[in-house]
Design a protein around this ligand. Sequence first.
Ligand code: PLP
Length: 281
Amino acid sequence: SFIIFNGDITDRQNAKVDIEDRGYQFGDGIYEVVRIYNGHPFALTAHIERFFESAAKIQMDISYSKEKIESLIYALLDKEGKSTASLYLQYSRGISVRNHVIPKNINGTLVGYLLDGERPVALMENGVSAIIAADTRWLHCDIKSISLLGNILAKSKAVEAGCTEAILHRDQIVTEGSSTNIWIVQDGELITHPANNLILNGITRQQLIMIATQHDMPYTEKSFTVTELLHADEVFLTSTTLEIVPITIIDGKKIGNGKPGAITKELQKLFTLSIEAECGL
Ligand code: PLP
């Protein structure tokens, strides 16, 4: 298979990353995941913007322009010819003798490739269960960092408990999921954590806010507690790969009647329409 590697498209076999690449040694890098529908990347501009914003937040200059990265992505899609997939794009700070201090004037390592994956139709339709877990991550969760230990520990705990996602909280305030944003519906209002340093401002989250605005659906970006979560009318998660998935059981307790809620379903429909409009499903 083909990959994006440092400004070129190459066969995966040809790409070698140095043992002193700071992405490998320190988790010193950032990434994006972009959904490919019908061979087209969805919300690509927003993803590339966030890629550069994440880099800027860790004082990292990406040595390729946004236009160059975009053209590499289209070249990869062309070569691979896949219809439904996810693009993984990563930029690490590059190769330097091991030292915590950020090195000056080095070029980073750019890697991108496609992961297989159909839309999670069954999960979207039936909903999933989740656990509640302490958010033990650092205080820069707005950066889409490749350092994901806190996230992977939480996700694995959820899966060990037979669930799909871990809903994280700090002192009883729900932040987000281990790889998703979390929303509740209360008395017809959509509520999700404000986009600050405690969550990743998901592109799907941003798309949903646009959809809610366009359709006069009331929403608020404000914190809510674990108790409010458990007593919400509806709960759902959003992410690039999972889109909008109802959460029907949390820590073994049913949310509402334990079935995907009406507003969640309405949002799923509207979101699918926006994918169709952009990618022509
Ligand atoms: N929050 C975290 C911690 C994530 O890792 C992700 C995506 O991977 C999200 C939220 C959702 O972001 P997006 O909608 O941009 O995929």
